[in-house]
Design a protein around this ligand. Structure first.
Ligand SMILES: Nc1nc2c(ncn2[C@@H]2O[C@H](COP(=O)(O)OP(=O)(O)OP(=O)(O)O)[C@@H](O)[C@H]2O)c(=O)[nH]1
Ligand SMILES: [Mg+2]
Length: 368
């Protein structure tokens, strides 16, 4: 049985997980069996918790990114092929990862025939606001080395997928597409909005037919890449919240807003802060992908005395400071009425990327 792998990269907060959710739904309605693969430096992932509410199977590779744990990616793929007989696997690498063409796609191409695998073109999502600033020569509010990662992700893309197009006018979008095409001539430029539905079926048609994956490599300076990751504090935690009956949507909004104020007061750029609050089958997702105006809450949870909070934060500061700010803000949001008991709490600074494989050439494959 041949399985197709779609790899959806792109910087933190670009919209990858939202697209995985929507793609799984649409591909399933086309009669395909889908498996999803999430990835992070540590467990307790909002993305896994969220996608697990989807009707398809999800496998998580945590503790290391795909490129540094290539075997972990292979194992996740095998598991989903066995358990779900997946026709299509969609994998989301860590948002601060780059050099995927050299470290994941080329080695996978080497094994395509043996593994009955077809690899779709590497899609790299780009938030239009951040992309505009990068094309203007700015850093999209990021540390210059983190902005370098953003740039390298686009350089190695087979398809650049400008996301969140609902935020732009048609004229702005055309202009952005043109500029992206000039700066990154090797990629196909596509556009997508998971909110409005624009472009999703077109992209799915493209990546379920094409197999010209990893057509080029980016030249990546691993010292700058490592610095771009290391400037971000990384926190993954799950906490039980208990106390008086609480409106969890209001709690989530107050928590993200409180965090945003603390980060802004320190001039600390936010890569992505995401959370999930669940009570039984009900859940909400909260996101902050930059300043306070990027705060969004989706879904709804009934008021109750107890809920489960999973929070993932990637913010430009030391992990110790991030740890303190998140603990203090959860406590102050509860105002003494909601007690927070951590079930799992990990705070770290990503280590230097040390990929399992790193190809210096593009592998030419035969069609299966
Ligand atoms: N306006 C708009 N917002 C979107 C769209 N797609 C995603 N978002 C929002 O973008 C934010 C980040 O979305 P995610 O899908 O979690 O982003 P991600 O790329 O998976 O982020 P990481 O896992 O941290 O790398 C959320 O607030 C989403 O609601 C879109 O098409 N339009
Ligand atoms: Mg994600």
């Amino acid at each position: 049985m041949t399985t197709r792998l779609l790899l959806v990269g792109g910087f933190l907060g670009a919209g990858k997980t939202t697209l995985l959710w929507e793609s799984a739904r649409l591909l399933t309605s086309r009669g395909l069996r889908v498996g999803l693969i999430t990835n992070d430096q540590a467990p307790e992932l909002v993305d896994t918790a969220f996608l697990s509410r989807c009707t398809v199977n999800v496998s998580e590779v945590s503790g290391s990114c795909f490129c540094c744990n290539f075997q972990g990616l292979l194992d996740a793929m095998s598991k989903l092929r066995e358990e779900a007989q997946a026709d299509v696997l969609i994998a989301e690498p860590v948002g601060s990862c780059t050099d995927l063409s050299a470290t994941i796609i080329q080695p996978l191409k080497e094994e395509c025939l043996q593994r009955e695998l077809v690899i779709a073109p590497l899609s790299v999502m780009a938030d239009p606001v951040r992309l505009t600033d990068i094309l203007d020569g700015g850093t999209a509010g990021l540390h210059p080395s983190a902005a370098y990662i953003f740039h390298k992700q686009l350089e190695e893309a087979d398809i650049i997928l400008i996301s969140k197009t609902d935020l732009l006018t048609a004229t702005e979008l055309e202009a952005l597409k043109e500029r992206a095409a000039q700066t990154f001539p090797a990629a196909t430029i596509s556009t997508i909005s998971t909110k409005s539905g624009e472009g999703i079926n077109t992209w799915l048609d493209d990546v379920t037919k094409r197999s010209d994956s990893g057509q080029h490599l980016a030249e990546v300076d691993y010292d700058v890449y490592a610095e771009g990751e290391a400037v971000l504090g990384w926190l993954n935690a799950t906490v039980m919240l208990r106390g008086e009956p609480t409106e969890w949507n209001a709690f989530a909004e107050a928590l993200l807003s409180g965090l945003s104020q603390r980060f802004d007061s320190m001039n600390a750029s936010v890569g992505h802060v995401k959370l999930m609050i669940s009570v039984g089958e009900s859940f909400l997702i909260g996101n902050l992908t930059g300043k306070g105006n990027t705060l969004s809450i989706r879904g709804s949870v009934p008021a109750s005395c107890e809920s489960r909070l999973t929070i993932n934060a990637r913010v430009q500061m030391s992990p110790e400071t991030l740890d303190t700010i998140v603990r203090e803000t959860i406590a102050s949001t509860g105002k003494g009425c909601v007690a927070a008991t951590p079930v799992a709490w990990r705070c770290l600074r990503p280590g230097r990327p040390n990929p399992t494989h790193r190809y210096d050439h593009v592998v030419v494959t035969k069609e299966i």
